[in-house]
Design a protein around this ligand. Sequence first.
Ligand code: UDP
Length: 249
Amino acid sequence: MGGAPTDLKLIDERGLRLDGRRPDEMRPLKIEAGVLNKADGSAFVEWGMNKVMAAVYGPRECHPRHLQNTERALVQCHYNMASFSVEDRKRPGPDRRSHEISKILSEALTHVVFTEYFPRTSIDVYIEVLQANAGTRCAGLTAASVALADAGVPMRDLVASVAAGKVANTIVLDLGKEEDNFGQADIPVGYVPRTDEVVLLQMDGDLTREEFDKGLHMAVGACKKVYEVQRDALKRRYSARAEGQEEGA
Ligand code: UDP
């Protein structure tokens, strides 16, 4: 969020954005499930210029033991942005931002996982951002849900995620890097279609109540499309597995 260079027009005369999208248009999204051999579950998401890998390990015994919950599993996300993922090399290692994102993604996923089935365990979700162009927490959450399903972790439903926001006084969907940097607001949303619940909601910037409602509505609508892409990735993964089993039989 901040002041744009005076010659940067985030919305042109035709009402189109810097990359030619309409305000309610998402960047192209591709998801592949089961891409890593050594993880229990995994997913790779390419979303515009974002590239995000998610890997799931567990449920497995929770270490250190003092973190164990005798009644449920702990869902622990570890969000990391690679130093080569952004234009100005990012200092490697954890920082405030990655801690915050890991925390909110863990909370969002805890809402959908049947944690009560696996007391004392940890379900570890590693989210590695390989290329970033704004919206990586949403891409990470979207990837993590597919990776959890790929690992066979019992869940109420997938979480689908996308951000809405405000740029050049217009409510837009799925902000790109310049829009995120020079726009007026950003609202990342995580949504569970089956239960119609919002499990992630943040807001950076200023919006009126009406603008917020419009942005939230736009993001929830788009999450339903993200959800279809997630389901499609899992269907492809399981039909490939089933074919492999038939051949082996
Ligand atoms: N970014 C960056 N360096 C950083 C952190 C972020 O260049 O250390 C960029 C990156 O492209 C990221 C974007 O700023 O996607 C927006 O970051 P934000 O914190 O809003 O999270 P995101 O939108 O990725 O969930």
